[in-house]
Design a protein around this ligand. Structure first.
Ligand code: SF4
Ligand code: SF4
Length: 338
């Protein structure tokens, strides 16, 4: 059976479901450990690889009403980790309300902020760094290279210098210095249509170069594959490399990655509260439905009943299973948590 996401893709590729089947594998949910909240599409920059199509002109953000319903769910079901993403999640007006409420209503929750770094020095956002520290939020920060040229090409002119400034601020606040209260992870993604190199070797390179040239330290590097979704898919098509990239992903399929895919233990929630298996499925509109086909929202879901639920897959999933695999926590086969 061809899934709905495959219908969205221009080029026919081998069915991901059939590839799993051929290897004697299935893909269904396990116990939910992480609630990933995509707070919206508003962002202060516009990156070429963005799978959210985020940018300064976007209006879609989570409202206070939706946040309150999400908070009720978190207090009741207590996911171990709440992972805040976007867009730039800090630009959502109720970001601080959300964090402070989680700390009060669900103490002990591990909080993560997927941060683009440059929000720290955006006018009006000087509060971000100290606020993240105050609430002991793990920072997972985009830094696609340690060279200015590559970062600026992917994320916009001047973004590299502003990212360095933000990393220095985070280091000064105690982040990225091995203190478990203030972890700082950097995220690498390729600047084009190729797979990430070995994560451990790249982490060594980043640590050496950022320390040598800028005095910056961080804890771990996550190497993430660009998935052929949204703006990156359009970029591939414009460059005429969509088919070749899909071929690369399909050829690099690694069955060993499947057990550790993030969709097994993460619930992804949109700015409207809709539920998905992951952020990519969210961008492709593959919302969870009940048996009658009605779309589900977070407040419709009891996580104790979701283990065993099938995961919606499509051609884009080859991006998560290529080589060492890819997840929001980097290469799945090199991830201690996998
Ligand atoms: S990749 Fe991140 S920082 Fe870049 S436009 Fe998208 S949401 Fe914003
Ligand atoms: S895109 Fe990746 S995380 Fe999402 S459903 Fe497919 S394999 Fe799972």
């Amino acid at each position: 059976m061809i899934s709905s996401s495959e219908k969205l893709l221009a080029q026919p590729v081998p069915s991901f479901a059939r590839t799993l089947d051929r290897h004697g594998l299935g893909l269904s949910r396990g116990v939910t450990k992480t609630l990933q909240l995509n707070l919206g599409k508003l962002c202060n920059i516009t990156c070429t690889h963005c799978h959210v199509n985020a940018g300064p002109g976007r209006k879609e953000i989570m409202t206070r009403e939706t946040i309150d319903r999400v908070l009720d769910w978190i207090e009741t079901h207590r996911p171990g980790t709440v992972d805040l993403t976007g867009g730039a999640p800090e630009m959502v007006p109720d970001f601080r309300y959300l964090v402070e409420s989680i700390r009060r209503r669900a103490p002990g929750t591990h909080l993560m902020d997927r941060c683009n770094l440059v929000i720290l020095n955006e006018p009006g956002y000087a509060w971000v760094g100290p606020f993240l520290r105050e609430h002991e939020i793990e920072v997972v920060a985009s830094m696609p290279c340690y060279s200015a040229e590559n970062v600026n090409a992917q994320r916009g002119e001047g973004v590299f210098d502003r990212s360095i400034e933000a990393l220095r601020e985070l280091n000064a606040l105690g982040y990225g210095r091995g203190d478990s209260r203030y972890p700082l992870q950097l995220v690498y993604n390729p600047g084009g249509d190729w797979l990430p190199p070995d994560q451990a070797g790249l982490e060594d390179d980043y640590k050496r170069e950022l320390k040598k040239h800028f005095g910056i330290t961080f804890d771990r590097l996550y190497a993430i594959t660009n998935l052929p979704v949204s703006r990156f898919a359009s970029w591939l098509r414009r460059n005429g490399s969509y088919d070749r990239y899909m071929e690369l992903l399909v050829e690099a399929f690694n069955p060993q990655t499947v057990d550790a895919l993030m969709c097994r233990d993460t619930i992804s929630v949109s700015w409207r509260g809709e539920v998905y298996d992951c952020d990519f499925n969210q961008m492709l509109g593959l919302q969870w439905t009940d048996d009658g086909g009605t779309g589900l929202f977070l407040w419709d879901v009891d996580p104790s009943s979701t283990p065993g639920r099938p995961i919606a897959t499509g051609s884009h999933c080859y991006g998560c299973t290529a080589g060492s695999g890819s997840s929001c926590g980097g290469a799945v086969l090199a991830n201690d948590d996998a």
